[in-house]
Ligand binder design. Structure first.
Ligand code: ANZ
Ligand code: ZN
Length: 819
């Protein structure tokens, strides 16, 4: 019998599929468009990470399934090739990023072709291609024209070793994600996009999109809407007052001191008596590196006091860097009894605390607090508000002191400028006469010049600032001497709109074609990493909403459905070079073939949970595909051959009399298993539980070996398995003499009458005595049997709170409990 040789058959189909542009959709003509998107990779020089493949295959199986369900599935791929990853790597290797990227993308493409996904290769994009970043710059201009792109001085996180500004997510516990240096704070002039204008819409729309719940929660938290009051605390004996923002106006009577951010502008104006000390503290806190240590420090502003507007008491004023300058009003009223940060601060500096919320009110005995009580309750120590519930008191107290209702968001404007080389230049020109002038659309792209020296300068200027031919330009307005902006935009901008470009990737004169976009977008299914739950997905939603407002799109949510996949790890730890546990896809293609790799990756666990790679495990899946191969071999080779394999089909002569009956039984049994398999595989693919879908197909293959079967029974298997193992199934389909392709075969339906589970009765014994009967589905697993037994009312009654010492179950027969 011919052995399963994945290298041979995969090569044959791979080459044919590339030659025929097999998976290319007809962008302008397809009738049942389905846009299946996966997060595009950053093409690293090391080649595709096995974790990329995990995600891509997970997405591809969904795409292939939808294809077999009759949709025209558009599954594009591209390269997110600008940015600091590529640039830093280029610096390390001393190779220009442009050369490096060329090599990396070629290698990536080769590997991506190997894996056998249904990519529409004609629509490939690369963010470093001027044909692409021309439109990234155009998007910036749209924001600029709308007044939503602006420049301001802002404190940024600065890595002294990478000599660059870092985005928040590049800072892990105060250190640079890449080089582990302690991050510093620095004031630089930066470009921002005004995403905060969209905060409420970004929040509200979450209700109407079908996304993984934890992704929505992450978005909600990032937006961080909070409602409260702005309340003024007059400074005793002066014309000044300090305005604070609080979400807990109900605790106003418990405010025992005020804390300002060290950057608060009032500090310099107040009649403070310890100015020197204060200055020292402020300087220290400004230069202080952000460290993991979050011990709060502070200092009192001597010579002044504030008046609590609720009870007119005089209270001290402090400064501390636990109060963020950019949030609320940059000042807080401290309520140590009901806010843990204030509690710790008060304890450290011996400041007073007063309890005003009591959690067990009617008794009127409030427990002494060992830490802040942050929950709800009823008011005490609050004069005429005593006894009111805390939720009700917020508004009553807030209003009584003239507080102004205020909604705040934690969301900040999006900082998009980078003082680096490897990105699209921001299309702005500075003219002495005309000021800031945007580059005209017809002059796009502003090409990124090829420079030998792309090293970061270590100053607040990008390497582009040293390129005279780039910097010096004529002003588009007055034709006078002017200079270009030398910052480039961040990669998050590149990736915030790539899905809009894919279907229109061939369009020269427009970012996206209206008709094409209406046909394919919004994206039907987006699968990607949970690590992008916040920034990338938020930015993509923002861009889409903005473009809708510009009347350039007719929808405002880009991704109808989003599912986060889990991480692939190896024996429990992250797969990384530094851990020395790299899994090299090329070696696996070589040893087992793409089909085995695909199926094994998906066999590990449900896609959302991520998987734990075990080197040994892949062999089992390889054997499974070998068995599928063997089935067709038996089918297509003459009868005598079959018996020599010693498998089904062999009939001992003495059993001839009962053979007929057995055969019908066997056939009925197989039909049932077949329909159950169709049902299981279909439902599991829909919820991305590919692992159990594969397990069901394994069981079905066993059943095919054990039971009399027809060629159609094998065909069903091939159609179900096709999304997982596209090459072997295509080969076997052909060998079964089928016309056409297994990938065009319609997804099978199951017969609900056949799949219906039979209910049986199983006795439950306690210490060997029959005590109850439970009704369960035929073939219920042992674990489930025991669970059902323990849940039965009768057994619960007998056991009381006793726990059985031992539980034994025999499938379809009996449950035994020993107490
Ligand atoms: C008094 C109080 C009493 C507070 C209490 C909480 C509990 P969110 O939900 O994040 O909006 N706060 C206000 N501005 C701040 C700033 N610039 N830096 C640090 N903290 C600030 O939180 C709002 C709460 O955080 C506010 O309500 C304020 O403390 C604090 F029992 O006011 B609260
Ligand atoms: Zn000018």
């Amino acid at each position: 019998m011919e052995q399963y040789n994945p290298q041979k058959i995969e090569k044959k189909w791979r080459e044919k599929w590339i030659r025929d542009a097999r998976w290319q959709v007809d962008i302008k003509g397809d009738k049942k468009p389905y846009y299946n998107l996966m997060m595009f990779p950053y093409p690293s020089a090391e080649g595709l990470h096995i974790g990329n493949l995990y995600a891509f295959v997970g997405s591809d199986i969904h795409g292939r399934y939808m294809r077999q369900k009759g949709y025209d599935v558009f599954e594009p791929i591209g390269f997110d090739a600008f940015g600091i990853h590529s640039e830093n790597f280029a610096l390390k290797k001393g190779i220009h990023p442009r050369e490096l990227i060329k090599k990396s993308t070629d290698n990536f493409r080769r590997q991506l072709e190997y894996i056998g996904n249904i990519y529409s290769w004609d629509n490939i994009i690369n963010t470093t291609d001027p044909e692409y970043y021309k439109w990234t710059q155009w998007i910036f201009l749209k924001f600029y024209e709308a007044g939503l792109a602006y420049k301001k001085e802002a404190p940024v996180q600065w890595c002294p070793s990478c000599k660059t500004v870092l985005a928040n997510e590049q800072v892990i516990s105060g250190r640079c994600e890449r080089c582990d240096s302690v991050v510093e704070s620095k004031n630089l002039n930066q470009w921002f996009l005004k995403i905060t204008d969209y905060a409420d819409r970004l929040l509200e729309n979450l209700k109407n999109i079908d996304w993984s719940e934890h992704t929505k929660i992450a978005q909600r938290n990032w937006i961080g809407k909070s409602t409260g009051y702005r309340i003024k605390f007059p400074i005793f004996n002066s014309q000044f007052s300090i305005e604070i923002f609080t979400t807990r106006a109900d605790t106003l009577f418990g405010a025992t001191y005020i804390v300002l951010s060290p950057k608060h502008e009032l500090i310099s104006q107040l009649p403070i008596t310890n100015k020197k000390e204060i200055e020292t503290y402020i300087n220290k806190s400004e230069s202080k590196k952000q460290t993991k240590n979050n011990e709060k420090t502070g200092i009192e502003l001597k010579g002044i006091s504030a008046i609590n507007p609720a009870n007119k008491e005089e209270i001290p004023v402090w400064i501390s860097d636990y109060v963020v300058a950019e949030y609320g009003t940059g000042a807080v009223m401290a309520v140590p009894a009901h806010d843990q940060r204030d509690f710790e601060f008060a304890k450290k500096y011996g400041l007073p605390s007063k309890q005003v919320i009591c959690q067990n009110y009617p008794e009127k005995i409030c427990p002494v607090l060992e830490k802040a009580y942050e929950g709800e309750g009823h008011l005490v120590g609050s004069e005429k508000f005593n006894g009111i519930s805390s939720s009700e008191a917020r508004e009553k107290i807030g209003k009584s002191v003239g507080g102004i209702p205020q909604v705040n968001y934690h969301l900040r404007d999006w900082l998009i400028s980078r003082q680096r080389y490897w990105g699209p230049p921001i299309p702005i020109i500075y003219c002495d006469n005309c000021g800031t002038v945007p580059v005209a659309e017809k002059d796009l792209p502003v090409l990124l010049p090829y420079v030998e020296n792309f090293q970061p300068t270590g100053t607040d200027k990008s390497p582009l600032a040293a390129v005279e031919e780039f910097v010096n330009v004529k002003c588009p307005k007055c034709a006078g001497r002017a200079k270009r902006e030398t910052d480039v935009s961040d990669t998050f901008l590149d990736s915030s709109w790539y899905f809009l470009r894919y279907p229109s990737s061939g369009e020269k004169n427009i970012a996206w074609d209206k008709k094409i976009t209406e046909r394919w977008l919004p994206v039907d299914m987006y699968i990607g990493g949970q690590e992008h739950a916040v920034l990338h997905l938020m930015y993509a939603r923002f861009i889409t909403m903005f473009m809708r407002d510009q009347k350039l799109l007719n929808f405002e949510e880009p991704f109808k459905k989003f599912r986060a996949h889990g991480l692939l790890v190896k024996e429990g730890s992250k797969i990384s070079k530094s851990k020395g546990n790299i899994v090299n896809p090329d070696e696996l293609f070589e040893a087992f073939g793409a089909d085995t790799l695909r199926t094994y990756l998906m066999f590990l666990s449900p896609l959302a949970e991520g998987g734990d790679w075990q080197d040994e495990g892949i062999r089992g899946v390889h054997r499974f595909l070998g068995r599928v191969w063997g089935l067709v071999q038996r089918q297509t080779t003459p009868y005598q051959d079959k018996s020599s394999t010693g498998q089904a089909g062999k009939q001992p002569a003495s059993a001839e009399a009962s053979a007929g009956r057995q055969e019908t039984n066997s056939k009925q049994n197989l039909q049932k298993i077949k329909h159950q398999t169709i049902k299981k595989v279909t439902e599991d693919i829909e919820r991305l539980h590919y692992n159990t879908a594969i397990a069901a197909m394994m069981a079905y293959v066993n059943a095919l070996y054990e039971n009399e079967h027809s060629p159609e029974d094998i065909e069903t298997l091939l159609v179900l398995l096709a999304p997982f193992a596209p090459h072997i199934t295509e080969e076997l389909w052909e060998r079964l003499g089928q016309k056409g392709s297994v990938h065009d075969a319609v997804w099978p339906e199951f017969d609900a009458k056949i799949t219906k589970q039979e209910i049986i009765t199983v006795p439950v014994q306690i210490n060997g005595k029959l005590r109850a009967q439970i009704e369960v589905e035929n073939n219920t697993e042992e674990g489930r049997l025991i669970k059902s037994a323990l849940e039965s009312e009768r057994i619960k009654e007998i056991l009381g709170d006793k726990k059985p010492k031992k539980t034994i179950a025999v499938k379809n027969k009996v449950v035994n409990l020993v107490i």
